[in-house]
Design a protein around this ligand. Structure first.
Ligand code: BTN
Length: 244
């Protein structure tokens, strides 16, 4: 594993994306920053972490032949790698909130931002950005329910050690992609999906609140929800959220 450590940078994802464009980098090269000044989250949000307290890093994955249409399996592999690395430290259940937030009970512990660089119909390489709340205890009040490993366990974690464990675990799940064993990945992912088969309230893009239950994720990564009338509806990322 090749690690590039930076003190401060706008975003490790942006930095690694640019670097990977300019030079050929080893697979699983990680860029880790002590502080990000413009950390990016999903759907144009920002990701903030207290300097030196949490893990903010990006990982490069090079592919030989990985089809764009299979990209959600990469998201599954990364979530599963992350959750499996964290589970041994915690005496509670961890879940994946679709598409790829890691939750401890109802609180967000980690977020993932994947950016794919394409070549024809394939993904040439991916930048996997991970923000994991580790030793941070205070969070802004306006970012919803969040937690950290220290909040959950009362102990301080060594960031270097944790980074190594997380990357190692992601590597194990990326193996499923290399073997094209997508169905096994999906089975493990669904077993850990937050609120699967549990009646829940959702809000669609028009602000409509409805009752339904998550039954699966389709081959394009869309969330499949069974409605009260037993019909199903499929949603893309921007089209659905849990109603609070
Ligand atoms: C999310 O939950 O919205 C995804 C958050 C991803 C944050 C990480 S921190 C390291 C990497 N660099 C970024 O700019 N973003 C990701």
């Amino acid at each position: 594993m090749n690690i590039i450590k930076l003190n401060a940078i706008d975003s490790t994802n942006s930095y690694l994306k640019e670097l990977a464009q300019k030079s050929t980098l080893e697979n699983f090269t990680a860029v880790v920053a002590n502080q990000q000044t413009l950390g990016r989250g999903q759907l144009g949000t920002t990701w903030e972490a207290e300097q030196g307290k949490s893990l903010t890093f990006s990982l490069l994955l090079n592919f030989n032949r990985f089809r764009i249409q299979d990209q959600f399996y990469l998201s599954m592999a990364v979530s599963l790698g992350l959750i499996s690395a964290l589970r041994p430290y915690l005496g509670m259940s961890l879940n994946i909130k679709w598409p790829n937030d890691i939750l401890a009970e109802k609180d967000k512990l980690a977020g993932i931002l994947i950016e794919n660089v394409l070549k024809g119909t394939n993904i040439h390489h991916s930048i996997i950005g991970i923000g994991l709340n580790v030793n941070q205890l205070e969070f802004p009040t306006d970012i919803g329910n969040v937690t950290s490993l220290k909040k959950l366990t009362g102990t301080n974690f060594n960031l270097d050690e944790l980074l190594f464990k997380v990357v190692d675990s992601i590597q194990k799940y990326v193996d499923y992609l290399e073997k094209e064993d997508f169905q096994s990945l999906k089975k493990i992912y669904l077993a850990q999906l937050y609120k699967i088969n549990t009646p829940s309230m959702f809000e669609d893009a028009n602000g409509l609140i409805f009752l339904g239950k998550i039954c699966t994720v389709d081959e394009n990564g869309r969330l499949v929800i069974e409605l009260e009338n037993e019909k199903t509806r499929k949603f893309n990322l921007k089209e659905i959220k849990f109603a609070s």
